[in-house]
Design a protein around this ligand. Structure first.
Ligand code: NAP
Ligand code: F7E
Length: 329
């Protein structure tokens, strides 16, 4: 019997890469999709299967992390062996504008899903494994390098909500003896990254500048440093966490950090342009509390999961720039 997985946040960057990975391993993949007035499944277009197709292995269900009844119903229908909780209001700056919604979807949403899983496991009498998408933002102001032993110091409503999700996951693991793993993932990017995150905002602007569609790029704080990896590598790590004998918590990171300024130089350098001629600082993109320096130590993931990132910083930037040049054309 092939395995079945349920992914919340399947329409997001990571959801699309994880779906590809699980389908390639023979899984049937169920995904939770929010109702939207326009199509929100474009990242899944290439693997989408029409509901009328016999034997399809990608099944989408309407649902929302703010709606427990719907979550319960989807779990009962999908009967997953593994649940990946990737759904979230994932934008740090937006979480300052919509803190309550962020807490509802990211913190209480995680609790809702865990609670549905707990009852489901009791009813069906077999194990279901759960991956919780934690974030390096949970470390916030803690000095680098950060690893599983670093104390959390969250600096945004998003980060606080992810810390809550992390602890709900630990508590459900200990209280009900469930297989639950927390990933603590540092920033991971790709050509499918949302257009308002800084890397994609930059590479998208480069494509548009080269095509004559834009001549300025408005950005906020250029001094923050991030440990940027490739999303395709990170979803492999999520899957590996659920294939272990024992559940655990794992940092996933490249161990290299660069500032936004350095990202700009690398990305504009790919097309022989000087970023200083295009970038304008706009304070609207500053955050009330910033996270200055994230640099991960993924020793545990390397040793226990055999996981290492395969895409370097330079290759990642080149991949994103090339994609966005084509897109703009
Ligand atoms: P993303 O591209 O922003 O995708 C987020 C997904 O969550 C989308 O499918 C979105 O649906 C869905 N979603 C939002 N609110 C929801 C709700 N109330 N109910 C159900 N689904 C909801 O994020 P990502 O980069 O793929 O990240 C995946 C997960 O990892 C997130 O939990 C994020 O916080 C976490 N994370 C990301 C990174 C990173 O660097 N990418 C690092 C650490 C942790 P729509 O498509 O309809 O908006
Ligand atoms: O910001 C600075 C900004 O929004 C990175 C999410 O996936 O990774 C992501 O969160 C840095 C910050 O990502 C702009 O101030 C400057 O210091 O790309 P970002 P993030 O906040 O690190 C973590 C791990 C997650 O878990 C999150 O879900 O770039 N910055 N100028 C800017 N950032 C944005 N977005 N836009 C700017 O114009």
């Amino acid at each position: 019997m092939s395995k079945s997985a349920l992914i919340t946040g399947i329409t997001g960057q990571d959801g699309s890469y994880l779906s590809e990975l699980l389908l390639s391993k023979g899984y049937t993949v169920h995904g939770l999709v929010r109702r939207s007035s326009s199509f929100n499944t474009s990242r899944l277009d290439h693997i989408y299967a029409d509901p009328h197709e016999a034997g399809r292995r990608l099944v989408l269900h309407y649902g929302d992390l703010t709606d427990s009844t719907g979550l319960r119903r989807v779990i009962e229908k999908a009967r997953p062996d593994e649940i990946y909780n990737l759904g979230a209001q994932s934008h740090v700056k937006v979480s300052f504008e919509n803190p309550e919604y962020t807490a509802d979807a990211d913190a209480t949403g995680t609790l809702r899903l865990l609670d549905c899983m707990r009852d489901h496991v009791e009813h069906i009498g077999r194990e279901v494994r759960f991956y919780q998408a934690g974030s390096s933002e949970m470390f916030g102001a803690a000095p680098p390098p950060q690893n599983e032993k670093t104390a959390f110091y969250p600096r945004s409503p998003y980060a606080v909500s992810k810390v809550a999700g992390y602890w709900y996951a630990v508590n459900y693991r200990e209280a009900y003896n469930l297989f639950i793993a927390n990933g603590i993932l540092f920033n991971h990017e790709s050509p499918r990254r949302g257009e308002t995150f800084v890397t994609r905002k930059i590479t998208r602007a480069i494509g548009r500048i080269k095509s004559g569609l834009q001549d300025k790029l408005f950005l906020g704080n250029l001094e923050a440093k991030r440990d940027w990896g490739f999303a395709g590598d990170y979803v492999e790590g999520m899957w590996r966490m659920l294939q272990q004998n024992e559940p655990g918590d794992f940092v996933m990171a490249t161990g290299e950090a660069y500032s936004i300024r350095e990202f700009l130089a690398e990305a504009f350098g790919c097309v022989d342009l000087d970023w200083r001629k295009y970038v304008v600082i706009d304070p609207r993109y500053f955050r009330p509390t910033e996270v200055d320096f994230l640099l991960g130590d993924a020793t545990k993931a390397r040793k226990t999961l055999g996981w290492t990132p395969t895409v370097s910083f330079r290759r990642l930037v080149r991949m994103m720039v090339d994609h966005d040049l084509q897109l703009a054309e």
